[in-house]
Write a protein that binds this ligand. Structure first.
Ligand code: HMG
Ligand code: MG
Length: 299
């Protein structure tokens, strides 16, 4: 088994997790959560989104979150920006990295950002140009890479095509999102292999949801074909409000446990990560969700 010696973990819980919670989490609690995640050593933490608050009210106040977190040198704090309006707001709030998000499925693109894939890519072009002018890094997401809640199967060629367009536009990294978690290891490998024919493998990341309990198996499979950047979410929080049936992202604790067991370095401290998991679970008033957090809390 050929595996990376180091994995770069991108924590998406404060954004991908909390955007899906019925209850709005206060700015203060979002700040406290991000500070705990920073303390745990995560090298990148998605702070929130500059999207329409009518579409995703949970992410309102991201400017205040960004202003109040303790930013550690060397840690990235990206925010999601769907258009120029969001980008300008992110710049005003002091963001140094943004993420744009397209889909590999037309129906999902319409539901999520109210436009076609082609329109979304045209919308991102001026955003990427402005980002380049200001030396702001742009990460790109492709959603529904292993299936769409509205269209069903999605071909690897389609994923590779959208990913390539985002990369050519200036995204330094493309995160491949199994938004509804229907993928299985063979399909995940095939999708990554096809995409890596068009984009340098080192610029790809895996963003897998765990709806069907396949996420860890899928991550192991894609690490075998060269993936070494993984998105995950504290306490397995997450889901997209515009993807029916999308449950949590793979939990950061579960990913870290697997990587530690494989001897793969991340720079993340399990004990401090568990503290963040307990904190957010308590704030949301629910039991610990990830298997590893539950198991290690009983030891
Ligand atoms: P729209 O309604 O087509 O936009 O929404 P519009 O340009 O017609 O503007 C309508 C109103 O929205 C206007 O306000 C604008 O000012 C406002 P009004 O005049 O009616 O008062 N507006 C904004 N407000 C704040 N920030 C902005 C912004 N843009 C316009 N940036 C839009 C289009 C893209 C804005 C909307 O569809 C939207 O915000 N969508 C975001 C959906 C979202 O956040 N989804 C979750 C993230 S994606 C995801 O989770 C998947 C991922 O995790 C990977 C994976 O798992 O696959 C990344
Ligand atoms: Mg997601």
């Amino acid at each position: 088994m050929r595996l990376p010696s180091h994995v770069h973990l991108v924590e998406v819980g404060p954004r991908d997790g909390l955007q899906n919670e019925a209850e709005l989490v206060s700015v203060e609690d979002r700040v406290a959560l991000i500070d705990e995640l920073t303390a745990a050593g995560l090298p990148a933490i998605e702070v929130g989104s500059f999207v329409s608050p009518k579409w995703v009210p949970q992410m309102a106040g991201t400017d205040l979150v960004l202003a109040n977190i303790i930013q550690r040198t060397g840690t990235a704090y990206p925010v999601l920006t769907p258009n120029l309006q969001g980008f300008e707001a992110a710049m005003k709030a002091g963001a140094k990295e943004v993420a744009i998000f397209a889909a590999a499925s037309e129906a999902f693109s319409q539901k999520n950002i109210n436009c076609s894939i082609a329109e979304s890519l045209e919308r991102f072009r001026p955003l990427c140009a402005k980002a380049q002018e200001r030396n702001v890094k742009v990460r790109g997401y492709v959603s529904c890479v292993l299936g769409c809640p509205y269209e069903g199967a999605v071909s690897p060629a389609r994923v590779a095509d959208v990913a390539e367009q985002l990369f050519k536009m200036g995204c330094y990294e493309i995160s491949l999102g199994d938004t509804i978690g229907t993928g299985t290891p063979g399909k995940a490998q095939a999708m990554v292999t096809e995409t890596a024919r068009r984009i340098p493998q080192a610029s790809l990341a895996a963003h897998f949801h765990d709806t069907y309990g396949q996420a860890l198996a899928n991550l192991l499979a894609v690490m075998e074909v060269g993936i070494s950047t993984i998105d995950s979410s504290i306490a397995g929080l997450g889901g997209c409000p515009y993807a029916k049936g999308a449950s949590g992202n793979v939990a950061t604790e579960d990913v870290l446990y697997m990587l530690n067991g494989l001897g793969i370095e991340t720079g993340v401290e399990m004990e401090l990560l568990l503290a963040a998991s307990r904190f957010v679970s308590q704030r949301l008033g629910r039991p610990l969700a990830s298997k590893v957090a539950r198991a290690l809390s009983c030891v």
